[in-house]
Structures are given as structure tokens and as C-alpha cells.
Design a binder for this molecule. Structure first.
Ligand SMILES: CC(=O)N[C@H]1[C@@H](OP(=O)(O)OP(=O)(O)OC[C@H]2O[C@@H](n3ccc(=O)[nH]c3=O)[C@H](O)[C@@H]2O)O[C@H](CO)[C@@H](O)[C@@H]1O
Ligand SMILES: C=C(OP(=O)(O)O)C(=O)O
Length: 435
């Protein structure tokens, strides 16, 4: 199995470049299904989720090329093949195939999505939206079947401001007859990015980025060229790395406004954050002060940075409290950080972290994407060599992490090590053979 090995204690310096946003990419790619000619998306991150979506579009007949971050998708040959299993289970965002295929074919059959386990992740608001637009939706053997005679605009109030439901309803509504209004819509920057692509394809969308989005359905959508926004969560991960172990680091290709909640918390801890137009400079941090953090929908502190940020809190003087109001069980990384000598415990939806602690290297497991990022960050400052296992979660969302980190002075490498589980099976098999 592949693992990351990190030798802690190296100081980080120089410039690190942020890739295109994962959570935009995974919606922009399915959005192309709605066009009647090729769509080109530039600046895509080279992450597993993007490769999996490419494979899914090919499964339904799309002609897709992906090179140097540019994907060109010809949606014309696509057909409405059911996708109940397989690749759809590898990522959360396969749910966008529901909205996009429903919009184009008026029917779809998509397996329930995978992605990180962070506590319950229902999709009831997506389904409520599809039904309001006129689709009949059934759940059969773990796959969602959607069918509509025609889609008609509707007023949809989201019980929770869900990113996925907001985008999925936009995808289903752009080719529907009449006006759709999404109330209590999510406001994340990725929603604006998807609305920008759809508008450039000919859609009529107003209000993306606010909590009321109005969509007037159009007859058809055409191909276009689009450049993706930078990944604010990757940028935030690097900002945290800079505060943890940096001797002056520049994070390049970032929209400072998108990471304002993190910047505010870093400043509260005593870290200097210098914002430029598309770059952020963080000098060597002084002694860090403890802070309390609560994750909220955008523009609040993002849940996706909660786990990486908790590593920084292990280095702050005093006790910090971090609460996740979006995902109740997003704390699997805490057990792993404890193995590394962090002073941390979980109480309900809250982690209590006391510091500063001298982290010690250990063999740890990435239970999910941002838990993995957190463990890499912990490895950067731990005494000794940390081994991070189950890195496929990390590679679902971080592009060229090893190369980027090495570029600023980290000692990190990917290695193949024997898998303890398979060696047990192998030895059992060979024992049976010998019997
Ligand atoms: C691919 C993608 O973009 N993933 C992001 C997206 O996930 P995702 O779109 O799955 O997250 P949502 O915004 O939908 O979820 C927010 C909250 O709403 C709840 N909920 C959601 C939908 C629904 O139908 N019913 C319901 O109750 C969820 O359980 C969660 O508590 O936003 C999350 C919150 O910013 C991020 O952590 C993920 O990185
Ligand atoms: C939770 C995340 O991703 P996903 O929704 O794709 O599982 C994430 O990016 O932190």
C-alpha cells in the first residue's frame, strides 16, 4: 500500500501554488452534460475526484480529454445509461450527475454517493428540489431513480443551506420550463463559479452567491470555455502550514476574500497575514494564542478547514475549543493526533485542544480527506518520521501535494510499504496451502 512518510522539523519557506477548486471542479464537469457542444474547463486540479468524474462521463458516452489541467468534454454522444454502482461510490459529488442528467435526459439512475464519512450526509434536500421541479424520485437498492415527463420551474425553500442541493437544483432547473427560485440557498464561492459556467453556456441565473437564486429556464445550452476558481480549502491548508512551520511563505493563486474566516482566526492567534491581490504572505509566526472556532456555512469558518486547523491549535498556548456545526462526527483525526502526543479530546460535536504540545511521529491513518491533510500538517512539526496511511483519501482532493510541499522545504515522500492486512491474508493462504 502507498503511504506518505514525513520527517518533521523542517522549516518551510518560499512560494506554494494553489490549484483549481475541487468543489467547483466536481460540479463544473457534470454541468457540461447540459451543453449541446463541447465545454472546455481550464485550471482543473489533477486529483482522483476529477479523474473519476472523467471516467463517469466516458461511461455515459462523453468524449473527454484531460491534459495539463484542461478538460474538454464533448457531451453530444452522451446517453442516459444508469450508473447504479462502481465509480459513483468513489466520490461525494457524483450526486451532481443526478441534476445534470435529469436536466438533459429527464431521467437518471445514480448510485448513492460516496465521499468522506463525516457523520450523516443525507441528500433529502436535493430530492425535495428534484420533486418540486416535477421529477418522480425513488430509491431502489441503494440507487436513486429520477424520471420526469417535463421539468417545470418551482419555488424551493432549502431546510439547510446545502452546497450540493443548491448546485444540483441549479443543474436540473436551467433547462426546465419557467422560473425556479431557490430560497435559503448556500452562498459558497463554488456556487458562483458553477453559475458563471452555466450562464456562459446560455443559462439565465441571478443571485448566485446570495441566499436567493432565481433561474429562468432556457431551451438549450451551448459549449463554452471556463477557468476555474482557486481552491480556498487547499489555500487554507497551506496558510495553516505557514503558521505551523513557516519561515516566510507565500501562498500563490488565492482569492484572499474567500479565506477571510481563516485569516481572522490566524490573526486572533497572533499570526501576521499579508493579503495581496492573488497572493497571501505569512511570515514566521510568533508564540500562538489559543482561540475558539465554530464551523458555519460560508462566509463562516469552513468545516473543511476544521481538521487542519485543529493541528495548529495543538501548538497554541492554552485551551481551544473547536465545534463543528456542519458535521457532527468530523473528529476522527483527533484520535490519530493523540497518538502523536497532542493534548486533545472530543466531547460531542466539540474538540478541546490544549497546547502547546510537542508532537511525536507515529504511524497514523487518514480516515478521510481533511483528516489526512491534518495528519500531514502534524507530521511536518512532529519529532521523527510520521507514516500516514490510506492516502487515497488525501489524493481525492489535493493535487501534487508531495511535490508542492517539497518545493517549500518539507521532507515528505510517497512510499510503497507492505499492507499489514494483505500480508495476514497471504500468510493465511500460504498456511492453508501447506496444510
Ligand atoms: C463536493 C462538495 O462540494 N463537498 C462539500 C459540500 O458537501 P455537501 O454538498 O455534501 O454538503 P452540504 O452543504 O450539502 O451539507 C451541509 C449540511 O447540510 C446537511 N444536509 C445536506 C444536504 C441535504 O439534502 N440534507 C442535509 O441535511 C448535511 O448533513 C450537512 O450537515 O459542502 C460541505 C459543507 O461546506 C463541504 O464539507 C464539502 O467539502
Ligand atoms: C468533505 C469533503 O469532500 P466531499 O464532500 O467530496 O466528501 C472535503 O472536501 O473536505
Amino acid at each position: 500500500m502507498e503511504v506518505y512518510k514525513i520527517t518533521g522539523g523542517k522549516r518551510l519557506q518560499g512560494t506554494i501554488k494553489v490549484s483549481g477548486a475541487k468543489n467547483s471542479a466536481v460540479a463544473l464537469i457534470p454541468a457540461s452534460i447540459l451543453a449541446d457542444s463541447p465545454v472546455t474547463i481550464e485550471g482543473l486540479p489533477e486529483i482522483l475526484d476529477v479523474w473519476t468524474l472523467k471516467a463517469l462521463l466516458e461511461e455515459i458516452g462523453g468524449d473527454v480529454s484531460f491534459e495539463n489541467g484542461t478538460m474538454t468534454i464533448d457531451p453530444r454522444p452522451m446517453i442516459d445509461i444508469p450508473l447504479p454502482n462502481g465509480n459513483v461510490k468513489k466520490l461525494r459529488a457524483s450526486y451532481y450527475l443526478m441534476g445534470a442528467m435529469l436536466g438533459r435526459f429527464k431521467k437518471a439512475a445514480i448510485g448513492l454517493p460516496g465521499g468522506c464519512f463525516l457523520g450523516p450526509r443525507p441528500i433529502d434536500q436535493h430530492i425535495k428540489g428534484f420533486e418540486a421541479l416535477g421529477a418522480k424520485v425513488t430509491n431502489e437498492h441503494g440507487a436513486i431513480y429520477l424520471r420526469a415527463e417535463e421539468l417545470r420551474g418551482a419555488k424551493i425553500y432549502l431546510d439547510v443551506a446545502s452546497v450540493g442541493a443548491t448546485i444540483n437544483i441549479m443543474l436540473a432547473a436551467v433547462l426546465a420550463k419557467g422560473r425556479t427560485i431557490i430560497e435559503n440557498a448556500a452562498k459558497e464561492p463554488e456556487i458562483i463559479d458553477v453559475a458563471t459556467l452555466l450562464s456562459n453556456m446560455g443559462a439565465n441565473i441571478k443571485g448566485a452567491g446570495t441566499n436567493i437564486i432565481r433561474i429562468d429556464g432556457v431551451e438549450k445550452l451551448h459549449g463554452t470555455n471556463h477557468t476555474i476558481i482557486p481552491d480556498r480549502i487547499e489555500a487554507g491548508t497551506f496558510m495553516i502550514a505557514a503558521a505551523l512551520a513557516g519561515d516566510g511563505m507565500t501562498i500563490d493563486n488565492v482569492i484572499p476574500f474567500h479565506v477571510e474566516a481563516l485569516t481572522a482566526k490566524l490573526r486572533e492567534m497572533g499570526v501576521t497575514v499579508v493579503e495581496e491581490e492573488e497572493r497571501i504572505f505569512i511570515p514566521k509566526a510568533p508564540t500562538l494564542q489559543s482561540v475558539d472556532v465554530k464551523t458555519l456555512v460560508y462566509p463562516g469558518f469552513p468545516t473543511d478547514l476544521q481538521q487542519p486547523f485543529s493541528v495548529l491549535l495543538t501548538q497554541a498556548a492554552g485551551s481551544s475549543v473547536i465545534s463543528d456545526t456542519i458535521y457532527s462526527a468530523r473528529f476522527k483525526h483527533i484520535d490519530e493526533l493523540r497518538r502523536m502526543n497532542a493534548g486533545a479530546r472530543v466531547e460531542g460535536q466539540t474538540a478541546i485542544i490544549s497546547g502547546p504540545a510537542t508532537l511525536q511521529a507515529a504511524t497514523v491513518r487518514a480516515s478521510d480527506l481533511r483528516a489526512g491533510a491534518a495528519l500531514v500538517l502534524a507530521g511536518l512539526i512532529a519529532e521523527g518520521e510520521t507514516e500516514v496511511q490510506e492516502i487515497q483519501h488525501i489524493e481525492r482532493g489535493y493535487s501534487d501535494l508531495i511535490e508542492k510541499m517539497r518545493g517549500i522545504g518539507a521532507e515528505i515522500r510517497k512510499e510503497v510499504v507492505p499492507d499489514p492486512t494483505s500480508s495476514k491474508e497471504d500468510s493465511e493462504r500460504s498456511t492453508k496451502r501447506n496444510d
